[in-house]
Design a protein around this ligand. Structure first.
Ligand code: DOR
Length: 434
């Protein structure tokens, strides 16, 4: 298929491009970028006036649930949701059933993705067997099998002794280790942020220190090792200080923030609303302010949705029994725009960088052309309509699960078109705008 995207703001932080121009796509590759490109016979021309043409968005933190929990999501439905949200590449988490802790399970996901996925799927691998935190997986074999990151996400590597081994064994692979920062003995029975709402509802509180102590511990353990270390879904303002110090000391430490931690506070859990139940919990305004400031300062450099689908039946359980997690792929972009760009914290180029080249580099995907717009490179692109206003309707989500914490929320900004390897995988119809 040949496509000619006309007159968009072509925005690619990786190559420092920010100009109104056209992008020509042929045979799955970017054929040309520049103003007023010549017509191509047989090419479909798409008017992108007023829109941003960006590299395809990359999400480093997605739960696809396959194998084992296909009632919540599959690789097919999860990637349908991804392209609807503007994502062309995602890193899937290993907390499936079975866990992605062997080259065979990894190969199974890769094969399944080849057959059913609508976008690129890069698996991460568990760093301990069964994600139990007791015995290391075959890290170099998993790396050779295509793992782009190591993590026991959903669970923290619990002990300092095991964590030291993890860092020492992941470091030589050059791969990033992604920590789910949750000190388990501080969160037994915890259901939501430890604050006034938890007290009133009689729910177990989840202290900030559960996250902060793990980041502090890991950074200290890593000081003499120098493994690439990434703190997932940071929720506490206190964590920012630890991360800032670690980065200033030259450690290869990065961190990510989710859309929900940028805009929601613990009030969302009031009336035992399980749609607001997430791990780590959403906290208070002062945490949001600190997280946004950390993005503006460059202490947090990556955005990740932690898209965590759960069925309506599971979310209908009493608050303490309901699973932690929220879907995020389809609502992420406007929430990021609202929290980070419209608030004035960062500009569009920085937002696009945090959604493209930053996560691509984190997981080594930039080396295969992901996260940037290069002539001759893969044609993964997202056309963003910054002006599109719409209302989040759970039933309209393409994810198999509808557990969004944003039902009825009016938002602005949307992926108008998502192109993967030169093929249009998502295109907004005129009826979907407004
Ligand atoms: O809320 C969450 N849900 N946080 C996680 O880290 C895991 C995820 C899940 O797998 O449901």
């Amino acid at each position: 298929m040949h496509l000619l995207l006309r007159n968009g703001r072509v925005l690619d932080p990786a190559t420092s491009r920010d100009e109104v121009a056209d992008v020509a796509i042929a045979n799955g590759l970017i054929a040309a970028i520049g103003p007023k490109l010549a017509k191509v016979d047989g090419a479909r021309e798409i008017n992108c006036e007023g829109k941003i043409i960006a590299p395809g968005l990359v999400d480093p933190h997605v739960h696809l649930r396959e194998p084992g929990q296909e009632h919540k999501e599959t690789i097919e439905t999860g990637t349908m949701s991804a392209v609807a949200g503007g994502f062309t590449s995602l890193v899937c988490m290993p907390n499936t059933a079975p866990a992605l802790d062997t080259p065979e399970t990894l190969a199974w996901v890769q094969q399944r993705a080849l057959q059913t996925a609508k976008c690129r799927v890069f698996p991460s691998a568990a760093v301990t067997k069964g994600r139990k935190g007791e015995e290391l997986t075959e890290i170099s074999l998993l790396r050779a099998a295509g793992a782009v990151a190591f993590t026991d996400d959903g669970d923290c590597v619990p002990t300092a002794g095991m964590m030291a081994k993890v860092l020492a064994n992941v470091a030589p692979t050059g791969c990033v280790f992604m920590q789910h920062c949750q000190e388990p003995t501080l969160t037994k029975g915890s259901a939501m942020h430890a604050g006034s709402i938890a007290v009133r509802l009689g729910l177990g509180g989840w202290p900030r220190s559960a996250e902060e102590t793990i980041i502090e511990r890991d950074v200290r353990l890593n000081a003499g090792i120098g493994c690439r270390y990434h703190a997932q879904h940071v929720s506490s303002g206190g964590s920012v200080e630890i991360l800032r110090r670690a980065r200033a000391s030259g450690q290869p430490v990065t961190a990510e923030v989710t859309p929900h931690h940028l805009v929601l506070t613990h009030e969302v859990c009031d009336n035992y609303n399980t749609l607001g139940k997430v791990n780590p919990p959403v906290r208070e305004k002062k945490d949001i302010d600190a997280l946004i400031a950390a993005v503006a300062e460059g202490v947090i450099t990556v955005l990740g949705t932690d898209h965590a689908p759960h069925s309506a039946d599971e979310k209908a359980l009493p608050f303490e029994e309901a699973p932690f997690g929220m879907v995020g792929l389809e609502t992420a972009l406007p929430i990021y725009i609202e929290a980070l760009v419209r608030s004035g914290a960062i500009d569009w180029p920085r937002l696009i960088a945090m959604l493209t080249i930053e996560p691509a580099t984190l997981c080594g995907l930039d080396s295969c052309g992901v996260g940037k717009l290069v002539v001759g490179g893969v044609a993964d692109l997202t056309v963003i309509d910054p002006a599109a206003t719409w209302t989040v309707q759970p039933s309209a989500l393409l994810s198999k699960s509808k557990n969004t914490p944003f039902p009825g929320r009016k938002v602005q900004g949307r992926a108008a078109m998502t192109i993967v390897q030169g093929e249009i995988r998502h295109e907004l119809g005129p009826k979907q705008i407004g």
